[in-house]
Ligand binder design. Sequence first.
Ligand SMILES: [Fe+2]
Length: 368
Amino acid sequence: MTTIFDLAQEMSQWIAQRWKSECYDQPAFSEIAVEAVETFDPTTSHSFEDIVGDVMQTTARPSQAHLDSGFGEPAITLFHHGSFYVDILFWNHVSTTLHQHGFNGAFQVLSGSSLEAEFTFARRTRLAGHFLLGELQFESMRRMEAGEIGRISAGPDSIHSVLHLARPTVSLVVRTARDMQQQPQYDYYRPHAAVDPLFIDPLLHCRLQLLDTLIQTEHKQLPKTVCDLVAQSDAYSTYCVLRACLQRLDPQCEMFIRLIEFARAVHGDVIDEFQAVFAEYERERRLLNHFEHSHSESTREILAAVYSAGDKASLAAFAEQRYGADGAISIVQGLRDAGPGCLEEAQQDPRTKDLLLHASPEPSAALV
Ligand SMILES: [Fe+2]
């Protein structure tokens, strides 16, 4: 029987011929990759069990593109052509941020399901090449089932998030190594920030590690140290310092409130934008914590929809499409099932408040 490695090799030879006729143009690769996945469609020949068996038993030893990348659980390169490769990715834990890609290609859900959301970013301020401020806008979301194929386009026109609903979910990715015209590959933080995750300032990196040690040991020098650091930092470093503090400190604690006031006195109104990002980050972190600990695919779908949706209209539209006219009640029920406090928080979020309070059979009780 043809293994998934054999199939990837056949597919790669087919792609290589087509791409050559396009002079190896990066944007042209996406359409070729979509066509290749449609043509070879691994879901018609390889079950989840087949794929696991092939990975465990194969004698093929393709060069691996993602060792030590922390990407996928695992990410396995089935065929490495040199300028493009075919990967298979297993997903168990939450591993996504809003992001764009610096490569082109296509993907297919082989097993399981995912919720993919798309966003746009209107850049307002380029503080540095590795740090932009602007407005992120939710555009759409859709559930993807096994067999469905999506296009991967490099650059900021394809900002998205993906939450995998079934555990594990498996996806095939056919992609170029890198589109040099579409770097850096920003991560995005609602509602305002874009950060190059590969940018590393070595000294700042060490300072943040030391800061974390001072926070964890509750060292008496912490307040002065962190204020001195903020006072002499640029905007990006200040963002990193404040965010590092929030990994350990309650945003409502006196020390953090004073630190924010100090940072605003030094750096001005940009701190308000940082605070909006931090507030959203906290909301997402709590939702994703519920998502991570939920074992029900339907509950995870509802959490993923609430996480992704930009406002009550987009959540209501998704709920109606998925669950019918009483879709909002299904959302409420799913948030109740997700764990203590999950529904109550969504009912107090201005973006979803009206929809969820209206849908709750016991709105006042839910808020107590
Ligand atoms: Fe992606």
